[in-house]
Design a protein around this ligand. Sequence first.
Ligand SMILES: *[C@@H]1O[C@H](CO)[C@@H](O)[C@H](O)[C@H]1NC(C)=O
Ligand SMILES: *[C@@H]1O[C@H](CO)[C@@H](O)[C@H](O)[C@H]1NC(C)=O
Ligand SMILES: *[C@@H]1O[C@H](CO)[C@@H](O)[C@H](O)[C@H]1NC(C)=O
Ligand SMILES: *[C@@H]1O[C@H](CO)[C@@H](O)[C@H](O)[C@H]1NC(C)=O
Ligand SMILES: *[C@@H]1O[C@H](CO)[C@@H](O)[C@H](O)[C@H]1NC(C)=O
Length: 169
Amino acid sequence: MEVLSSRKELLWLMMVIVIFAGAKCRQPVLHRVGGGKYAWKPNINFTDWASHEQFYVGDWLYFGFNISCYNVLEVNKTSYDRCIDKNFIKNVTKGGRDVFNLTEAKPYYFINSGDYCFKGMKLALCVENAPPDPTYSLLRNSSTKIYGPIILLPLLGYVAVRILFVQYV
Ligand SMILES: *[C@@H]1O[C@H](CO)[C@@H](O)[C@H](O)[C@H]1NC(C)=O
Ligand SMILES: *[C@@H]1O[C@H](CO)[C@@H](O)[C@H](O)[C@H]1NC(C)=O
Ligand SMILES: *[C@@H]1O[C@H](CO)[C@@H](O)[C@H](O)[C@H]1NC(C)=O
Ligand SMILES: *[C@@H]1O[C@H](CO)[C@@H](O)[C@H](O)[C@H]1NC(C)=O
Ligand SMILES: *[C@@H]1O[C@H](CO)[C@@H](O)[C@H](O)[C@H]1NC(C)=O
């Protein structure tokens, strides 16, 4: 009876640890450019879209578009500002369901070649380094400073004592 209940507690404790440990690593996010499966097209405000997203190193961009009309070129800031499609950095265009890996913490610029760029088919975004461990930021945040240790430490101690008690006394 005692053994059974301490086993349950141990399981529960392991779950808590797994949840905390699991929260450590943020999974990479696939950002669908323009907010849809097929949203690299004119009349979408990509500046507005990007301003509602958080881009981190390791994330992906997904450009969904009609290959017979559109394309995606990675360019520098000057070319982005002026819609220059010559001497681009990278032609991202493959089949119209194209993925781009955000590998560095820096600004990235993309345009559609030709007139469509002037019609707003251009995207600028800033990639940041992966966010800090959320447990750590939870502990750092002054208003919630105490919750982490308060939850975990006595729990660990309690379960340890229970297990010792059941096994050796
Ligand atoms: C696009 O959205 C941004 C930010 O919301 C805004 O500042 C800008 O004026 C918009 N551009 C157009 C062409 O509507
Ligand atoms: C892509 O554009 C071409 C040319 O405008 C059009 O004929 C075709 O239907 C479009 N395809 C899709 C899937 O929208
Ligand atoms: C950006 O690219 C254009 C086109 O290749 C080039 O002329 C220009 O010098 C580049 N600007 C910078 C700041 O690298
Ligand atoms: C980019 O690549 C696509 C697919 O390979 C190709 O059709 C297109 O002509 C290229 N665009 C430029 C500007 O090189
Ligand atoms: C994407 O970038 C990350 C970080 O550099 C890298 O680890 C990963 O292998 C890349 N994935 C592909 C498919 O290129």
